[in-house]
Design a protein around this ligand. Sequence first.
Ligand SMILES: NC(=O)c1ccc[n+]([C@@H]2O[C@H](COP(=O)([O-])OP(=O)(O)OC[C@H]3O[C@@H](n4cnc5c(N)ncnc54)[C@H](OP(=O)(O)O)[C@@H]3O)[C@@H](O)[C@H]2O)c1
Length: 431
Amino acid sequence: MRATLRLGLLGFGTVGKALVRLVEAESPRLSRQLGVDLRFVAVASRALPRKPTDGLPPDARVTEDLLSVATASDVDVVVELLGGLDPAGPLVVAALGAGKGVVTANKALLAARGTELARIARDQGAALSFEAAVAGGIPILRAIRESFAGDRIDTVSGILNGTCNFVLTGMARTEGGYGGVLAEAQALGYAEADPAADVEGTDAACKLALLARLAFGQEVPLEAVRTEGITRLQPVDFVYAGMLGRTPRQLGIARRLADGRLLLSVRTHLVSNDSMLASVEGPFNAVQVSTARGGDFVFSGRGAGGEPTATAVLADIVEIARRDGGSGVPPFGTEAPAPFAPAGPADSVAPFYLRFVVRDRPGILAELASVLARHDVNVDAVFQAPWSGKSALPFVVTLEPVDEERLGRALVELAALPFHVEAPLALPMTP
Ligand SMILES: NC(=O)c1ccc[n+]([C@@H]2O[C@H](COP(=O)([O-])OP(=O)(O)OC[C@H]3O[C@@H](n4cnc5c(N)ncnc54)[C@H](OP(=O)(O)O)[C@@H]3O)[C@@H](O)[C@H]2O)c1
C-alpha cells in the first residue's frame, strides 16, 4: 500500500536543514522501495530565510508561527527540531492533542517529560518517536525497544556525548589543555558556542535517563543520574593515565542490580587502552548493551551532526508512514513505568584514581595514607611523574576496589587537609 505523509517541520537549524536535504535526496528511493511518499507542507522557525536557494522545501508554507504548523489540518506528522523544553514541550503537546504523529530529536524534553508525552500519544492513538534523541544516527533506541525484547538487559553504557569525546581524545593526542581543545572542537562545529550542557554532562545524562527508561522500564528522573563534567581534567591526568595503560573517557552507565535497583552515572572513567571504548575517537559515540543471555553488543557510529541525526529522524518518519500514521510500538515499551528504584553509592564499587595537586612539603603522603587507612580504603600504588612546576606538585594514588560511600567519606576528610592547591580528583578505573 502506498502511504503519503504530509510533514510539518518546527525548527530550521542544523538538523532541520539536513532533514530537508535528506528527504529530497532519498524521496525517489523511499517511494520506489518502500512505497512511502513524503512531502513537507509547512516549516516554522524564527528568522527563516526567504529565498528558495536557502534550502527550504520548495512547496512548503513558511512561517514564524510555530503553533499554526503544530496543529495544521494538512499536517500528518510534526517534526520537532527546535530543542529545549519551551516552546518545544507545549508544541509537542498541542500536536499530539490534535492527533498528529510527532517525531523529535529533543533529549532534554523527553528526559523531562517523556512519560507524560507518551501517555498523551497513547490516549490520542498518535505516534511519538525519538530515535535521534540518543546517539544521533546510531539506531540504539529501536534496538533496545524491539531487538532486545527477548532478552533481559543488565547494563547499558557508553560514550554518549561526541563533544566530550572529541575534547578528551584531543587532549590525549595533543597533550593540550582543556580550553585549547574545546576551542578547536568549537571551530570544527563539534561543540556549541555555549558548551555547558555537553562538558558538564547534562546532555549525556538526558540520554542515559532515556536509555535506562527504555531498557529497564522504570521512571528515571534526570536528577537520579550522578553527573560530573570533564572540566576538571588536566594534561597531567593524561600523563598519569598513560602510565597506567589507560585513557580518560566520559561514560554514561545504567546498570540494573540483581534486586532491580538502578545505578546511573555520567562521569569520566579511566578505561584500559586495549578496551573497545578507548578505540572510539573524536566525535564518535558507542553504546554497549549487556544482556543476560546474548552477552555484550556494541553499537558505534556518528552520535551527532546534522546529517547523521537527520537519518534517524527520517527513519522514524518512514516507520510512521509504513504503519499508516498509527502509533505502533509504544515509545517506552510499557506505558506505565515501574517506580524508580535507585541504588546508592555503597552499591558502586571500582578501583579508583585519585589525583592530588599540593603545595610541596614533607609528610603529605603519610597524612593522606592515614586518612585512607582510617576509612579502610586500600592504596594500590603511588605515582609521581617528573614535574617542572615550582609551586604545585601533582601526584596520583590508585586505590584497590572500594565502594563509593566509603570513598566519599574519606574524600571529604582528605579535601579538608591544608596543603591542597585544588580539590582532589577521583576517577573510577574501568576494564
Ligand atoms: N545537532 C546535532 O548534532 C543533534 C544531535 C542529536 C540531537 N539533536 C537535537 O536536535 C534538535 C535540534 O538541534 P539543532 O542542532 O538542529 O539545533 P539548532 O541548530 O539550534 O536549530 C534549532 C532551530 O530551531 C529554531 N528555534 C529554536 N527555538 C526557537 C523558538 N523559540 N522559536 C522559533 N524558532 C526557534 C532555531 O532558530 P535560531 O537559529 O534563530 O535560534 C533553529 O532554526 C535539538 O533537540 C537537539 O538536541 C541535535
